[in-house]
Design a protein around this ligand. Sequence first.
Ligand code: ADP
Ligand code: MG
Length: 556
Amino acid sequence: MAKKEFKAESKRLLEMMINSIYTQKEIFLRELISNASDAIDKIYYRALTDDSLVFDKDNYFIKIKADKASRTLTISDTGIGMTAEELENHLGVIAKSGSLAFKKENEAKDGHNIIGQFGVGFYSAFMVADVVTVVSKALGSDQAYKWESEGADGYTIVPCEKDSVGTDVILKIKENGEEESYDEYLEEYRLKAIVKKYSDFIRYPIKMDVTKSRKKEGAENEYESYTEEETVNSMVPIWRKNRSELKDEDYENFYNEKRYGFDKPLKHIHINADGSVVYRAILFVPETTPFDYYTKEYEKGLELYSNGVLIMNKCGDLLPDYFSFVKGMVDSEDLSLNISRELLQHDRQLTQIAKHLKGKIKSELQSLLKDDREKYEKFFKAFGRQLKYGVYSDYGMNKETLQDLLLFYSSKEKKLVTLDEYVSRMPEDQKYIYYATGDSVERIEKLPQTELVADKGYEILYFTDDIDEFAIKMLMKYKEKEFKSVSSGDLGIEADENAKTEAEENKDLFEAMKELLGGKVKAVKASTRLRSHPVCLSAEGELSIEMEKILRSMPD
Ligand code: ADP
Ligand code: MG
């Protein structure tokens, strides 16, 4: 049979794809395993409506076999197989996905478990192989066919022998180049690791002949090696299990296995969303701040799976910056497997999931605050600063989401309080939410400026973090109450007559004092706020002295 050429646009696409869509070569295995799994799914769905077909789970599996001598890697499946025509149509025209067509036809039959729909995954095999051979026998057909290609210049299809229904994809692995190594794709341990990494949760067993060693019979210290077929993937991922089946310990193990952190999770969130967006997710709030958290090196993101197959290690688009401490994974059945990072950003599905996750994280943190204050405070000590940054950044766009998650130290309670707690116990005549800034609680307590406010019996929030006042400026108000620094000029507290006459009487003295200080102060005034301290500094405008200090220390 004469060699057929790929359709012209296919040729270009093939080259483009090999060089750009996939950044890591190892994912070819993920793609081929996904296709094999799709092919088995197709039999499963056919069996749902075809009484002559029985789907016995034990008969369906994927097998990976490496042969170093011939440099071949074979991925076999007992799936639905392909006819000559299908080999031609599905492997000859790139970006025409047979699985997408199947899905469309079977929409009513709930065919949404099938992963493929983009129609380029198969060609990723050419990243590691010089020659790709596909031997396939379709369900209900007596004749098997062999498709073969050396890459962009075309393919052949010829009849061949194959006993059982299914497909073998045989890769002739490339020789090592000067810079690239391909030998690893024939190594048992490496293949096993790739399967574990990307395809651990494929629903069918992925089998491999694994070399093991055992004591030689009758001999003392002699060992012999033998091979044994092993199922490499664990098949049922924790996020597909029922929450009621799982214990805290299971989530902790998952957290550790996944290396989300070396600590323990403070809280886990298991989501099984079945509404307008369908996905499952397991999220974690870590117990401690990662060492690089408040640095540029820290990269936010969740693992992203498409129907049990890992497609991205750190999908940053799933989390807003202010929740960047959240770790975990999301699995959605509706994402295209082969989708690239750029395309993902525009994926509507993904945007919806991100929105949903954001709401869920917020409400879970809120109930933690309500139900387990101690734990919440621990969380806030580790990541509260990030929430405050969140209020401040994006022009305050997220203040609604975040304001009720903030905690500040209270002069009255001598512990952390929420803004809601503050406002709810404000005396009738108190107009503002008062705050004082300083390096530490101890230092703020010694500030003369706090005296009048404290004397009035008003509560003061102590801002000890640089970001506190910036965040509050962005909030402006909380429940219609404005924030007011205790060092601002007008405190909104009735000045007593005494102070007013004092100011009149001592006008000259104050002028002289101002002269003496030689322009270091704008004015010297009688204060209505001091009790035991003779004198204090006060700011004229809306900026507190601390904030001015920070602003002045910033480079222009
Ligand atoms: P996608 O999986 O996104 O549809 P691929 O390039 O991975 O695109 O595969 C193209 C098509 O080839 C699949 O849709 C499917 O119809 C067919 N195919 C690939 N591998 C197999 C297989 N192992 N068994 C049956 N059909 C397959
Ligand atoms: Mg595919």
